[in-house]
Design a protein around this ligand. Structure first.
Ligand code: FES
Length: 147
């Protein structure tokens, strides 16, 4: 059966629904699972920098996510950490980008943040008004991430 014949056999309503499944109802939020997660609090954990889970942190610009925190070896070779949960709608989509000197970015609605957590989007254009950042310290090959 040809596609055209198939659609005709379904009737106009079904054919329209198949041809335009997202018309007027879909948004970017529909395509990303999650949302409404709480921004992490009481953060205090340690990472063994020699462990396989931390291997990517050996190179500048490398990052991992752990306990809803993005842990980064920034482009200067310093460890920084921020919430993986975006303060806009609570999606765990914040990541590190090695652009513009190294920034945090939420791909759900495009919020960009300095490493300090300050929004970079134009005033009134940034959906998220802040990004929670955490302290880091290295001692004996162990990275501590804490508030
Ligand atoms: S959830 Fe909207 S910008 Fe991050």
């Amino acid at each position: 059966m040809e596609r055209k014949q198939f659609l005709r056999s379904l009737g106009a309503g079904a054919a329209f629904a198949i041809a335009f499944p997202c018309l007027g109802a879909c948004s970017q939020e529909d395509e990303v699972e999650g949302g409404n997660a709480p921004v992490p609090s009481g953060v205090d954990f340690a990472l063994d920098l020699d462990a396989p889970e931390a291997a990517v942190l050996a190179k500048k610009g490398g990052f991992i996510t752990k306990n809803s925190v993005v842990v980064v070896n920034n482009l200067e070779g310093n460890f920084v950490a921020a919430s993986q949960v975006c303060s806009h709608q609570g999606y765990e989509e914040v990541r590190f980008l090695d652009k513009e000197g190294g920034i945090f970015y939420c791909g759900v609605h495009g919020s960009r943040f300095e490493q300090s957590g300050k929004p970079m989007n134009k005033v009134d254009a940034s959906p998220a008004k802040f990004l929670k950042v955490f302290k880091t310290e290295v001692s004996g090959g162990v990275l501590r991430v804490f508030e």
